[in-house]
Design a protein around this ligand. Structure first.
Ligand SMILES: Cc1cc2nc3c(=O)[nH]c(=O)nc-3n(C[C@H](O)[C@H](O)[C@H](O)COP(=O)(O)OP(=O)(O)OC[C@H]3O[C@@H](n4cnc5c(N)ncnc54)[C@H](O)[C@@H]3O)c2cc1C
Length: 401
């Protein structure tokens, strides 16, 4: 019998595991991961940005977590020798209308206690000589890291702390039994005191295995694809740091941006297009999951609200020219030939039955279980804060039962 089983060796499963180990030093813990290695999905297919929290309503959970997280993630990287850089981020306006919207981000940032600088178009060029925009904001606390490196350090540390890792173990069924929860994979079964579901794109399916009626009726994960083009090495000098568009208040995704990675490659992306399957990195894969998405009433309500943005994003996903236009809005010198290889990440975005994309990080509790059912960006940045939030729930749940 294990005291805890964590489902999913993504950054949130790993960070939660560390917090569990710190809070319950004598507990026996197993991590069950369906792939053959850690961080196989969202945690290694993202933009690699340490977000600062400027986008979120001051006082909201995301704003509080991101404020604390830019520091805790940086502290972890420093303590464990993970290559990272606090390079700051530019949010740039293309016209007067966007300049007005930039003021909202400026106010948000200041009210959340962030340092934010307003920049004229010349001052933007001081940061990014090839950018041609009307003006911008500079947020010095944002940075870059490879979250897979963070995961690697977490795995090493957890192994040293006696945590057991079981790869190629897909959790397929859960059974509520007296005094424990039965966890079933294809070949094995585990008796666990408590299960923590950090299964990312499949977190709703794992919650459903326990028949959590709230999950069944209210929520569903919908996969949103984000394509990235890498800029040719000979043209990487066109972008020095992170150049983001002004957020669209009607759409929860941050928009196609230009960003230098910690590896020094420069990427353009990601868009946010509905994907046919949760792990279909190859666009041609159409799975049964599409039918599941289409059968969920919340999907059609969301589609009604966002159909214009949705069509544009899907079009961009198939059309390199459309991607180029998004990049040229900020750096006109970028040409079609400069957009080299393409790869994708797939976001787990939970939708409510009413068609609302859940914004906050969301946790459900069941019999001997805690399920993280919504952890969109900036969840990688906020991993330690979300982990702390989950472990508080676990402690409360254990005290009550
Ligand atoms: C394109 C893109 C860009 C992003 N950019 C940023 C960014 O710049 N900054 C930021 O902070 N965040 C960003 N994010 C968000 C961030 O990457 C995710 O929120 C975070 O990685 C989620 O981590 P996770 O551990 O919940 O999920 P995952 O990394 O997906 O891990 C879940 C794990 O669970 C496993 N699993 C699933 N089902 C089962 C099962 N039944 N049994 C066993 N194992 C199972 C999976 O194999 C997987 O390894 C981005 C995301 C994407 C996709």
């Amino acid at each position: 019998m294990h005291s805890f089983a964590i489902v999913g060796a993504g950054i949130l499963g790993l960070a939660t595991c560390l917090k569990i180990r710190e809070r319950f030093p004598d507990a026996s813990i197993v991590v069950l991961e369906k792939e053959s290695d850690f961080a196989a999905h969202q945690s290694s297919h993202n933009s690699g940005v340490i977000h600062s929290g400027i986008y979120y309503k001051p006082g909201s959970q995301k704003s509080r977590f991101a404020r604390a997280a830019s520091q805790s993630m940086t502290a972890f990287c420093q303590a464990h020798d993970v290559n990272h850089r606090i390079c700051g981020k530019l949010i740039v306006a293309r016209d007067n209308e966007e300049l007005k919207r930039l003021d909202v981000s400026y106010d948000n940032g200041r009210r959340s206690g962030l340092r934010v600088e307003k920049l004229s178009s010349e001052e933007v060029r001081g940061h990014e000589p090839h950018a041609r925009v009307h003006g911008g904001l500079f947020v010095p606390e944002a940075g870059i890291v490879d979250y897979k490196d963070v995961c690697r350090k977490l795995v090493d540390r957890l192994k040293n702390l006696g945590v057991e890792f079981r790869y190629r173990e897909e959790v397929r069924a859960l059974k509520e039994e007296r005094g424990h929860l039965g966890v079933f994979t294809r070949e094995n079964s585990y008796k666990v005191g408590m299960l923590i579901n950090c299964a990312g794109l499949h977190s709703d399916s794992v919650a459903l295995m326990q028949g959590l009626s709230a999950a069944r009726k209210q929520f569903q994960v919908v996969p949103f694809r984000g394509d990235f083009y890498t800029l040719k090495a000979s043209r990487a000098h066109l972008v020095k740091g992170l150049i983001y568009p002004v957020p669209n208040p009607k759409y929860p995704f941050l928009g196609v941006h230009l960003g230098r990675l910690i590896s020094d490659k420069v990427e353009v992306g990601p868009n946010a297009a509905l994907n046919f399957s949760r792990e279909g990195y190859d666009r041609s894969i159409v799975s049964r999951e599409l039918a599941r998405t289409l059968a969920f009433p919340g999907f059609w309500k969301m589609a009604g609200n966002y159909w214009k943005e949705g069509v544009a994003e899907i079009w961009r996903s198939y059309n390199k020219q459309a991607f180029l236009r998004a990049a040229q809005r900020y750096v006109p010198e970028i040409q079609l030939d400069d957009l080299d290889t393409v790869h994708a990440g797939i976001r787990a975005q939970t939708l409510s039955r009413a068609g609302r994309m859940l914004d906050d990080f969301e946790v459900l509790t069941g019999y001997r279980s805690v399920h993280l059912i919504n952890a969109p960006s900036p969840a990688a940045t906020c991993s330690f804060e979300i982990a702390g939030f989950i472990v508080d729930r676990v402690a409360r749940h254990r005290a009550e039962h």
